[in-house]
Design a protein around this ligand. Sequence first.
Ligand code: SAM
Ligand code: SF4
Ligand code: SF4
Length: 375
Amino acid sequence: MVEKVIPLADHRYASAVPIIPADLTAPIGSLRDQLARPLRDLRISVTDRCNFRCSYCMPKAVFDPRYDFLPHSSLLSFEEITRLARLFVAHGVHKIRLTGGEPLLRKGLDQLVHRLSELRTPEGQAVDLTLTTNASLLAKKAQALRDAGLQRITISLDALDDAVFRRMNDMDFPVAEVLKGIEAAERAGLGPIKVNMVVKRGTNDHEILPMAAHFRRTKVVLRFIEYMDVGATNGWRMDEVLPSAEMIARINAAYPLEALQANDSGETAQRWRYRDGAGEIGVISSVTQAFCRDCNRARLSTEGKLFLCLFATHGHDLRALLRGGAGDLEIASAIGLVWQQRGDRYSELRAAGNDTATGADGSGPRRVEMHYIGG
Ligand code: SAM
Ligand code: SF4
Ligand code: SF4
């Protein structure tokens, strides 16, 4: 079976160089994993750095000035990202999300957006290209991103109250700048705009209703995200998770809601709309209602490792294949094999009371951090 293995050491997270199968097969856009899940959504982390220190993602105590971020030479170049993205698209990916860290910190990102916007699915469609950002630099960059071919955007905003927001990003960054970024994205025609709010009980759950009120009757779709136990540094505790059912109950009491159908199988958010016609919201119940069954997402880390689950402890080192001289067919075949062997379903296992599989109890290998593989 094994024809060629190109070794490369990794000092950060456990990873292995994927096996290139002996029988090379060109992608036909219909890969399935062990649970019959297709590969549809690729999230690409373009930097592991960020100018915020949200406590649930990059707590200051860990990500301090001595933290060893990746050197520039470790990052995938735009050529490398585009080459891999093309192979993923050939395998059936039709949605690409650029993320990080803070993606807008990566220099010349609009050039990458332009290259990715030119990709076509096997059916000849443009890829659904989007980006998740903290919006701190968006007011300056929205138009260039749109001009480069970005279609839509997701913006993270955890509170409208300036003091709460400054505390949560832990860099004293004002909420007004994020709101300017949202306006710039609207002006540039990036839409629909989604705003993600991570809800931590006791920290910003009192901001749920003000956020709902602010974005009602706008084109922005606000999505409330349960605080997740991703990574190993955020000190996650279940009592800080506000279940999405409670979020919905609180909003429904002020502004009556009704459930909507999912747009797409594999969609992470459950959709709701205001009964008075004031728009749509979503909740992402990553903790209380596992959605592994339809999970069609793969993640490519900043240094080119493929992760099959947000809670994975090891990646598949595609950069080693790229830089070791493997051809497109070899890399595509290796990706195909990795996906076919995928059986990850961390959230479901945790819900069933078995979360030791990925080192959540601290005994196993280190879990990957969100800023490294992207949300
Ligand atoms: N820096 C960008 C941003 O914040 O939008 C992109 C990267 S960030 C890792 C992507 C998304 O992950 C953000 O919406 C963020 O709020 C979310 N996120 C990070 N840590 C999380 C956690 N522990 N639980 C839930 N969502 C989290
Ligand atoms: Fe940075 Fe985004 Fe993580 Fe906040 S959630 S620390 S903005 S990467
Ligand atoms: Fe997908 Fe892993 Fe999240 Fe389940 S836990 S939905 S497999 S990323």
